[in-house]
Design a protein around this ligand. Sequence first.
Ligand code: 0GY
Length: 323
Amino acid sequence: MSSTTGGPAAAFTKTPGWLDWYPNPSRPRFALPPGAVDAHCHVFGPGAEFPYAPERKYTPCDAGKDRLFALRDHLGVSRNVVVQATCHGADNSAMVDAVRAAGGRARGVATVRPDIADAELRRLDAAGVRGVRFNFLKRLVDSAPKDDLRAIAEKVAPLGWHVVIYFEAADLAELEGFFGSLPTPLVVDHMGRPDVRKPVDGEEFDRFLRFVDRNSGDGGSGGRGVWVKTSCPERLSVSGPPALDGESQAYQDVVPFARRVVREFPDRVLWGSDWPHPNLTGHMPDDGLLVDWIPWIAETAEQQRKLLVDNPMRLYWPEESAG
Ligand code: 0GY
């Protein structure tokens, strides 16, 4: 499959086999608590307005802010955290445009270079950016030089920002010393990408949970601490989506991992949809079913409130947070 995305000003050809976001997501059966935050989603372009970066590893379908806000309202989400996607490199324009347009109902996580000017950081902060993302996935970035990343972390720390880290579980052993030395709170994408074929109480996931525990301070933004996104079951799952009759449960092999994080760190977990789900090849998830997956991992109303409201509010909207 190969088709164009973007208008005549900038016509981009989607990566062959690219899967577009799910067109008609179901209405979730699980009613999200009032004020729920989707703490991990992206915008792609549109390419004609916000061109994709020359150094990108994939060319996505367009997935602009209007689509994101329509999904937000359909699912019953109140607020979004828009994370810069690698297809836009360090040009944060599309993300910032979405955050601004949300009128206080979105925050952003940027990608920046070490030589970014303080004035630009202040501009991003005023727009609603509250963190930077460090990406260690070799299929997404050419390199992740630690000296550069440390310099970035030191620049953003005085703003009270955090660092979002995206890495493969197998790489944690090599990276955890570096992570632990950074001067900001850390937010881990997708539970550190566990291999869900391995035991939930096995060495690899135990190492991850020890890392979270060891590096957790007071948990407030501006202090030390690790937060974990219990996101992306559709990406981590081997058992996959439900059968077409809709009755079998989706992504059950990821449930024990997410449930363990929620139980052990109820005040440190976040949830995100990961819409529009870059780089999936097997299937595109029904975003309504991703919401229906939440009560599997957060089993009590209190856990759900912390996961969806209290924790993301404390991290991204501390000025409005009750706790
Ligand atoms: C995700 C996951 C992926 C991609 C990106 O920025 C990105 O391109 O984050 C991935 O391919 O695993 O969190 O969206």
